[in-house]
Design a protein around this ligand. Structure first.
Ligand code: ADP
Ligand code: MG
Length: 680
């Protein structure tokens, strides 16, 4: 049996269906049997009709009170059957199913599964699936429901998976070592795979799922810990000079650092002076002052005779960092330069030359820094800002431009602590859990479209007082043309209809960096009153005079992202406001809006986000460079996550490279899953 066999060889899969399966990521037999159900429908437990709740999906067992009658409606036919059990009766209807006319016999018992309606004690069910009482084709069991694609039905996919399972029947090679199966009472792989698709009861499902989640989380954890250890062991890093004090630059700052900033600087200083190379994650809410921390670290590196580089996700942000650095560092005779893809060829050549000769001390830039021809003389410190935008690979790549430079990764997407271990298991973590003093929290309101006029009135009033506003519109899809359109439309209506007497501008990701920078500059200088934008302003941008942000279609954003966006206001002395315009009546949307209005605490928001959206979406939008989880849900499976974190540490303590025979299976699993992605 070959798990890599193309799905086209599975029974029931023709040329058409191959394409449909490919579309949902199923290419091989292995993909097929590890395509797990999204949820299940319990069609095994019958209910008395009278106990059924309106709109409930239920199984009823009832006797046919006659034959199916048929009536003709406009363009279709309707079949009707009256059935009853000991408690009540129910009228069942189907449409265009004439063949049912002779299907049911008077007085015989059948099972029906479908949505039941109770209208003042009159029960009806439309288009249920059914079986004769003694049969279990469509009822009488737990049915898996899979994520589908257009033109692929549950029944078809279920049957194909059934066929796939028949091919591997009890012949899968065990993937976990026996000692783990025994100690943690885990099912064998064959049982687990079979039962995750077709559990006989929910307890069976629970156990099957537990085993698969365990395996998935354990391998991820082992791989990350190995990576961390690898960084530690083999790469002797730079010991920066203890005599060079960060306090020299701290004294130059126009403000006092917070306790939290000082604490993380101490942690960073300690790492920099130590012989092993630093691999540290700096987490801190928006506005907590991470940039200045990076600056202090860069200062130390430079004064010790090394170069430093700061990589930011957007040109706007890189430019802003450059300005902030220069303000302080110019007087200390440190030369900072900017590298983005927007600079001219000639300028770039000159810059690269200076960089290679060591004439530039700190290079700040975007992805452009990763390019091959960017060479440093002696790179000692790498800082990546807003790390969630970059993958593990990029982080590694830029570090390769020096000889084991120290690495500092900064993120403003606070992550619940336990999860940070999964996402950043290869890093040590520092947290800035305090905002600079005198920050007013941003007052947040969630409103429906109906309030638009009042919102506009409010904007008007603030602009009159000299403030500026951001209007953010969502990415319509991953489709830049559409995004562009929605920005332009919004611009038209704000500039021409609502605020013709103010200066409105717009900015979006598709613009050339130069154009973007120019608009941001004008906004900073106060020449633009209202800036319409896509999420390009999400990260980092600092315009203290801007105190209102209106977010259109806020329901389309994740909470973490809304929080990031909101962080653009509340940066100056003025009371700031964030207005979330939302559509839709769904409870989750309302709940999410409520969270945003009730707290400014990024950690709390990220916990809530995870809870409300589930981990799939949460991590899906983060591009963290890790494989997605097929079955684990990091929120629900927190207890298992904690357990495997302990187990992983134990295992690696004795056998860091997983070379022992008993761990061979784990080694194979990790290789299979990660080696292609994270190059150790
Ligand atoms: P983030 O952590 O979101 O990157 P920034 O580094 O951009 O935050 O800092 C936000 C603003 O706060 C900047 O204008 C910065 O100069 C200012 N700031 C940073 N630390 C302090 C401090 N200790 N006291 C007062 N203002 C500070
Ligand atoms: Mg920042």
């Amino acid at each position: 049996m070959d798990l890599n066999k193309d799905v086209k060889y599975i029974k029931g899969v023709g040329p058409n269906r191959v394409q449909l399966l490919n579309k949902i990521g199923i290419f091989t037999l292995k993909d097929l049997i590890t395509y797990y159900p999204r949820t299940y429908e319990d069609r095994s437990k019958p209910k008395n009709i009278i106990e059924c709740i309106n709109e409930e999906e239920v199984l009823i067992e009832a006797i046919a009170c006659g034959k199916v009658s048929e009536v003709r409606l406009k363009g279709k036919t309707m079949q009707r059957l009256l059935v009853k059990d000991e408690t009540s009766s129910c009228t069942i209807t189907w449409f265009n199913q004439s063949y049912l006319k002779n299907k049911f016999n008077l007085g015989q018992k059948y099972k029906f599964y479908g949505k039941i309606m109770n209208h003042y004690g009159k029960y009806t069910m439309t288009s249920p699936v059914f079986d004769e009482n003694s049969q279990n084709f469509n009822t009488g069991k737990i049915i898996p429901l899979y994520p589908l694609t257009y033109q692929l039905s549950q029944n078809v996919l279920r049957r194909i998976i059934e066929n796939g399972l028949l091919e591997v029947e009890n012949e899968l090679k065990e993937t976990l070592p026996f000692y783990l199966l025994e100690e943690y009472k885990l099912k064998g792989i064959n049982e687990a795979i079979k039962q995750i698709h077709f559990p006989k009861e929910f307890e069976e499902f629970n156990q099957a799922r537990r085993r698969l989640v365990f395996e998935e989380l354990l391998t991820t954890q082992l791989a990350l810990l190995q990576l961390k250890n690898h960084n530690r062991e083999e790469e002797k890093g730079i010991s920066f000079d203890k005599k060079v004090k960060m306090s020299d630059v701290i004294h130059q700052l126009p403000f006092c650092l917070t306790k939290a900033q000082l604490r993380v600087l101490e942690e960073i200083d300690h790492d920099m002076e130590a012989e092993i190379s630093m691999n540290r994650l700096l987490q801190g809410d928006v506005g907590s002052g991470k940039t200045v921390v990076a600056m202090c670290a860069a200062y130390k590196a430079v004064k010790c005779g090394y170069q430093a580089t700061i990589m930011a996700p957007t040109a706007i942000l890189a430019t802003q960092h450059l300005e902030n650095f220069q303000k302080i560092l110019k007087e200390l005779e440190i030369r900072c330069e900017l590298l983005t893809s927007g600079i001219s060829k000639k300028k770039k050549e000159e810059l690269l030359q200076n960089l290679a000769e060591g004439k530039i001390d700190i290079l700040i830039g975007t992805h452009a820094i990763i390019e091959e021809n960017v060479k440093f003389k002696n790179l000692g410190l790498v800082v990546t800002d807003e790390q969630h935008r970059f993958g593990v690979k990029q982080r590694t790549k830029i570090a390769e431009k020096g000889e084991n430079p120290d690495v500092l990764v900064m993120t403003a997407t606070p992550i619940p602590r336990t999860l940070a271990l999964i996402l950043y298991g290869d890093l040590d973590i520092s947290i800035i859990d305090e905002l600079p003093p005198n920050r007013k929290s941003v007052e947040t309101f969630a409103v429906s479209k109906k309030m638009t006029e009042r919102v506009n009135g409010f904007i008007e009033q603030q602009i009159k007082e000299g403030r500026q506003a951001y209007i953010v519109c969502p990415l319509v899809e991953e489709n830049e043309e559409l995004d562009l359109k929605s920005v332009e439309q919004l611009y038209d209506s704000y500039q021409k209809e609502i605020f013709p007497h103010y200066k409105v501008e717009y900015i979006h990701g598709k613009m050339r960096p130069k154009q973007k920078d120019e608009i941001m500059e004008r906004f900073k200088r106060g020449e633009i009153d209202i800036l319409i934008s896509t999420t390009v302003i999400e990260v980092g941008v600092d315009v203290p005079n801007s105190n209102i942000m209106v977010i259109e279609n806020a329901e389309r954003f994740g909470l973490a992202q809304l929080h990031q966006l909101r962080g653009r206001v509340g940066r100056g002395e003025y009371q700031s406001y964030c207005i979330l315009k939302f559509e839709g009546k769904s409870e989750t949307v309302k709940e999410r809006m409520k969270v945003m209005c009730s707290t400014n605490d990024g950690f709390m928001i990220s916990e809530k986000d995870l809870e409300l959206r589930g981990s799939g979406d949460f991590f899906g939008t983060m591009q963290h460079g890790l494989p997605e989880f097929k079955i684990a849900n990091l929120f629900e499976d927190m207890p298992i996550l904690k357990l495997v974190q302990k187990i992983a540490i134990q295992i690696l303590q004795d056998d860091i490279k997983l070379e022992k025979e008993e761990n061979e299976k784990l080694r194979n699993l990790i290789q299979d899953k990660f080696m292609k992605r994270i190059e150790i």
